[in-house]
Design a protein around this ligand. Structure first.
Ligand code: ZN
Ligand code: ZN
Length: 116
């Protein structure tokens, strides 16, 4: 991640602190802090091509599975429940969250395999 101002390469994820941080997190923007100029900015954790699919907001993983809505806890969980969004879980970082994006389909097409 490069700093948008000084182009410093050592930018680190910053903790989500404010309402704005969580709101932007819902659309895939995460807070970062530049080690060079101390700038705090927002950027995506995953490539743009993957942004259109559901992904883990913490590690960017696309390996997710559906879980009951009740398993999502936290600041914004009531929003997802109110909107009946699908709840997903990222196993590597044990992150349960709601998403408004479609899950990426597995590459292997199992739809046609059963046809005779
Ligand atoms: Zn910077
Ligand atoms: Zn994750």
């Amino acid at each position: 991640m490069n700093c948008p101002v000084c182009k410093h390469r050592e930018c680190q994820r910053s903790r989500r602190r404010s309402y704005k941080d969580h709101a932007l997190g819902l659309i895939g923007l995460l807070p970062w802090r530049c080690a060079g100029c101390e700038l705090r900015f927002y950027a995506t954790a995953v490539p743009l091509s993957q942004l259109f699919y559901a992904h883990c907001g913490q590690c960017g993983s696309l390996g997710l599975r559906g879980v009951p809505r009740e398993s999502v806890v936290g600041f914004f969980s009531f929003v997802g429940r109110a909107l009946h969004l699908p709840a997903l879980r990222c196993d590597p970082c044990r992150n349960n969250f709601f998403t408004i994006r479609p899950l990426r389909r597995p590459e292997s097409g199992s739809m046609t395999a059963a046809e005779r």
